[in-house]
Ligand binder design. Structure first.
Ligand code: NAP
Length: 290
């Protein structure tokens, strides 16, 4: 069994990006600039945005965080998005989700210019990804594909079973895994799937993205499979300073001995998600996509 080290892989990718950026800056170009819009003071969102700022530093990017209070109106937020869309100094921006309930997330997502939508959430980017056109990839799925590539895990003709069909993980990952060049045979499972364990046992690559700690047990995994654990559920843990620990969707202890490769939680898929955001921002700055 080999552990897939997302932390190390993401550090390498950020170093590669930093090298490209340093070379461009030496040629007189400005550094790529990512803006994060943060509404309210949600603990999780604060952490995610802080990590994105840190990743920007590691990549040699400029980053700006624009804060708005919880009671910001949808019109005010749309006005800010319009400004960012038209600001030539901003290569890409994200509006950290979730947003307060009085704001329509879909309307906000669709207000972002696809050419600046480095989260890859705009339907134009989602659609372009699904038909294999240049686009900003959705962060977690592209991070997973990058891990498979860097660990030389074969995908062509392999059975890839994904548990979960969310718009941010399951669906876009299915679209990526079945693209020409990756060539997996993809099955997507969800809460209505019958004989789930049996379907999972067919998987050469099993991706768990449902948000239920320890859901994937050893009897659901084929000997020699690759298991990718996307789950990150906060489980109360009084022995930690934070009061919680992150738990994956896989019963790691019992599943790992059966696997060829497996991702840990934390330190597997999580760090790769931010890497895609950095890659998308660099591509936005280089004008590689639009
Ligand atoms: P989500 O929107 O909550 O969707 C969960 C999916 O799992 C749904 O499609 C649901 O089916 C399916 N599901 C739930 N219970 C199931 C069961 N018993 N059997 C089969 N399918 C079941 O999930 P998400 O946003 O994709 O997130 C999933 C997990 O990944 C969460 O723990 C989240 O924190 C984590 N995550 C991690 C990262 C990262 O960077 N590491 C990024 C994104 C998400 P239905 O559609 O039928 O309800």
């Amino acid at each position: 069994m080999e552990l897939i080290d997302g932390k190390l892989t993401s550090a390498r990718i950020k170093a590669e990006i930093a090298e490209t950026v340093a070379a461009r800056v030496a040629e007189g170009h400005r550094a790529p600039h990512l803006v994060a819009v943060l509404v309210g003071h949600d603990g999780g969102s604060e952490t995610y945005v802080a990590n994105k700022v840190k990743a920007c530093e590691a990549c040699g990017f400029r980053s700006t965080v624009i804060r708005r209070e919880e009671d910001v109106t949808e019109d005010e937020l749309l006005g800010l998005i319009d400004q960012l869309n038209n600001d030539p100094e901003v290569d890409g921006f994200i509006v950290q989700l979730p947003l307060p309930r009085h704001i329509n997330e879909q309307r906000v997502t669709e207000a972002i210019l696809p050419s600046k939508d480095v989260d890859g959430f705009h339907p134009v980017n989602v659609g372009r990804q699904s038909i294999g056109l240049p686009c900003f990839h959705s962060a977690t799925p592209a991070g997973i594909v990058e891990l498979l590539k860097r660990y030389n895990i074969p995908t062509r003709g392999k059975n890839c079973v994904i548990i979960g069909r969310s718009n941010i993980v399951g669906k876009p990952l299915a679209a990526l895994m079945m693209q020409k060049g990756i060539d997996a045979t993809v099955t997507v499972c969800h809460s209505a799937t019958e004989n789930l364990a049996e379907v999972c046992r067919q998987a050469d690559i099993l991706v768990a993205a449902l948000g239920r700690p320890g859901f994937v047990t050893a009897d659901m995994v084929k000997e020699g499979a690759t298991v990718i654990d996307v789950g990150t559920t906060r489980v109360p843990d009084s022995s930690r300073k934070s009061g919680f620990r992150l738990s994956g969707d896989v019963d790691f202890e019992n599943v790992a001995p059966k696997c060829a490769y497996i991702t840990p939680v934390p330190g597997g898929v999580g760090p790769m998600t931010i890497c895609t955001l950095m890659q998308n921002t660099l591509r936005a700055a280089l004008g590689e996509v639009y």
